[in-house]
Ligand binder design. Structure first.
Ligand code: URA
Length: 209
């Protein structure tokens, strides 16, 4: 089973509390999503391989380490995942960005892909899918399947708030995927919103409600 990482750092927990507050406005909400994404990304990249190089400092020759191995791509699930991109790219500026759009078919309730645009060399990259809310897990599961189809071997899933149902759905469909989340909430309500959650993350990031 892919590991489940709950990033219980005090700064992350504090910022998630600010996100939850219904009185937090769009500007602050957007900034918080970006900052939290940066902290969670710090943990999600902890296992990147390093190689030793030699260079000259003003004082001496140093044996020192740089990141080696595969390059990264971040894939936000549209639209709320876009809110995490500034934060993660501030840590990994050279990463490429793919986009995936998934909607819920009102009849079948299935997750349906309506948009996908990936870097050409995606199969050579480590991919981190980002979406602030892991609710039912349907979008996450579908996004992971789509990216696996492209030949990507290493995929992680990063969110800010998850539900136990969503975590279970991803772990069941994709037991090889590691999940990084800031917190696991109580569960879902009848409208499939996370409780207590933050409400509709997309609306709060983009100010559409
Ligand atoms: N998507 C959201 O934006 N919020 C939820 O609570 C669940 C899914």
């Amino acid at each position: 089973m892919g590991e489940l990482h709950v990033i219980d750092h005090p700064l992350v927990q504090h910022k998630i509390s600010l996100l939850r507050d219904k009185n937090t406005g769009t500007k602050e909400f957007r900034e918080l999503v970006s900052e939290i994404a940066m902290f969670i990304c710090y943990e999600a990249t902890r296992d990147l391989p390093l190689k030793e190089i030699e260079l000259e400092t003003p004082i001496a020759v140093a044996k020192t380490k740089v990141i080696s191995g595969k390059k990264l791509a971040f894939v936000p699930i549209l639209r709320a995942g876009l809110g995490m991109i500034d934060g993660v790219t501030s840590l990994v500026p050279a990463a490429k960005i793919g986009h995936i759009g998934i909607f819920r078919d009102p009849g079948t309730k299935d997750a349906v892909k309506y948009y996908s645009k990936m870097p050409e060399d995606i199969e050579e990259r480590e991919v981190i899918i980002v979406d602030p809310m892991l609710a039912t897990g349907n979008s996450a599961t579908a996004a992971i399947s789509e990216i696996k189809k492209l030949g990507v071997k290493s995929i992680k899933f990063m969110c800010i708030i998850s539900s136990p149902e969503g975590v279970k759905a991803v772990q069941t469909a994709h037991p090889d995927i590691e999940i990084y989340t800031g917190v696991i909430d109580e569960g879902l309500n009848e409208d499939k919103y996370i409780v207590p959650g933050v409400g509709d993350a997309g609306d709060r990031i983009f100010g559409t409600k």
